[in-house]
Design a binder for this molecule. Structure first.
Ligand code: HEM
Length: 367
């Protein structure tokens, strides 16, 4: 852990080691509550007032409140439940690839044609969002994640999204479907504000991350032709390839962020109450003490020790789902287009720098 000066002058800490990252994320003395949290760099969304956050946004909570929400939700994200979704995810994937194939050899922006719509469709179905609302919905999520949105635009989109989601919750209460929202209205005593918060967390957590993994992962594979050839020659390497892409790319590039809830000594270092600690997942995932030759991309590495999904009580609840979407997404794309390649020189592919989630802005491909 090293001292880090935050943009407003606050002096906190930065964690770059794999073991320390795990220890911080498991330690209840490092709180997830929003009070006093600040980002180590200025990122879109940091202007959003935390007073406006609805109840139920459990990603910003500590136990026991956090545990209560997690318990109510976790049964919808078990490996068994997620496996049941496989045929439907495959169907949605194939439909998108069919449309892409109409593009006559490209070039096509893979982010627009595939990497973004796939997680949007999966999450929308999971939550029971009607097809007619999905486009508008996507537009507001875009505003929340765009570098060029002003604080005011973000607040506006948050309000509009809130209105749409309230309508969705009211509809689910009237006529509960088999989706998560429908089930939660029937099986729990969560109120509308709580359901709103949960829905927002699921949306924000599952869309950007998976989209960027799909696009950036494809870019990484195309830039490592020998690894791509090995994968094409043996699809049983796919699960290992997904793990390595998660580790090597670590798309959650800013945070998790925690705030010390008390004064204490941590790994011999004195921590003061209110000090902010940023865990760098990309650094932890390239820790030479955790991984041999960590900067090398090797789909045969065969380890799940990475922290791309975080660790501890807040570890990604959607990790089984994300892994499945990625495995189906990469394999179906690469099988459908055996000659997939970049349609621009690699150095012209722009990346998302100052955003919580790293990725490519566009990925022009042809086949
Ligand atoms: C490759 C894709 C994904 C990555 C890299 C990722 C990464 C992460 C990380 C690092 C955290 C920890 C945040 C923290 O400790 O403060 C997290 C939390 C979370 N993720 Fe994911 N995620 C992905 C996909 C998904 C999907 C598909 C869903 C579900 C729709 C999801 C739902 C959640 C939820 C609900 C949390 C909050 C858990 C809690 O606070 O208890 N994630 N994710």
């Amino acid at each position: 852990m090293t001292a880090l000066r935050y943009p407003d002058g606050h002096v906190g800490h930065l964690v770059t080691g794999l073991q320390t990252a795990r220890s911080v994320l498991a330690d209840p003395r490092f709180s997830s509550l929003p009070a006093g949290k600040r980002s180590p760099v200025k990122v879109p969304g940091s202007e959003l007032s935390t007073d406006a956050l609805p109840a139920g946004m459990f990603v910003n909570m500590d136990p026991p409140e956090h545990t209560r929400y997690r318990r109510l939700l976790s049964k919808h994200f078990t490996i068994r439940r997620v496996r049941e979704l496989r045929p439907r995810i495959q169907e949605l994937t194939d439909r998108l690839l069919d449309e892409m194939a109409n593009g006559d050899g490209g070039p096509v922006d893979l982010v627009r044609a595939f990497a973004k719509p796939l997680p949007t469709l999966v999450t929308s179905e999971l939550l029971g969002l009607p097809e007619t609302d999905r486009a508008e919905f996507g537009r507001h999520v875009d505003v929340l994640f765009s570098l060029s949105s002003s604080g005011e635009e973000m607040q506006q989109s948050m309000t509009t999204l809130g209105g749409m989601l309230h309508a969705l919750i009211a509809a689910a209460r009237k006529d509960p479907g088999p989706d998560i929202l429908g089930r939660l209205t029937v099986e729990t005593d969560l109120n509308d504000e709580e359901l709103l918060g949960i829905t927002i967390v699921l949306l924000i957590a599952g869309l950007e991350t998976t989209t960027n993994m799909l696009a950036l992962g494809t870019y990484a594979l195309l830039r490592h032709p020998e690894q791509l050839a090995a994968l094409r020659a043996d699809w049983s390497l796919m699960d290992d390839a997904v793990e390595e892409l998660l580790r090597y790319l670590s798309v959650v590039q800013i945070g998790p962020i925690r705030v010390a809830a008390e004064d204490f000594l941590f790994e011999g270092q004195s921590i003061r109450r209110g000090q902010v600690v940023t865990v760098s997942l990309p650094a932890a995932n390239r820790d030479p003490l955790g991984f041999d030759d960590p900067d090398t991309f090797d789909i045969r590495r065969g380890t799940t020790r990475h922290v791309a999904f975080g660790s501890g009580p807040h570890q990604c609840m959607g990790h089984h789902l994300a892994r499945l979407e990625l495995a189906i997404g990469y394999e179906s794309l690469l099988r459908r287009f055996p000659r997939l390649e970049l349609a621009v020189p690699a150095q012209e592919v722009g990346t998302r720098e100052m955003m919580v989630t790293y990725g490519v802005l566009k990925l022009p491909v042809r086949w």
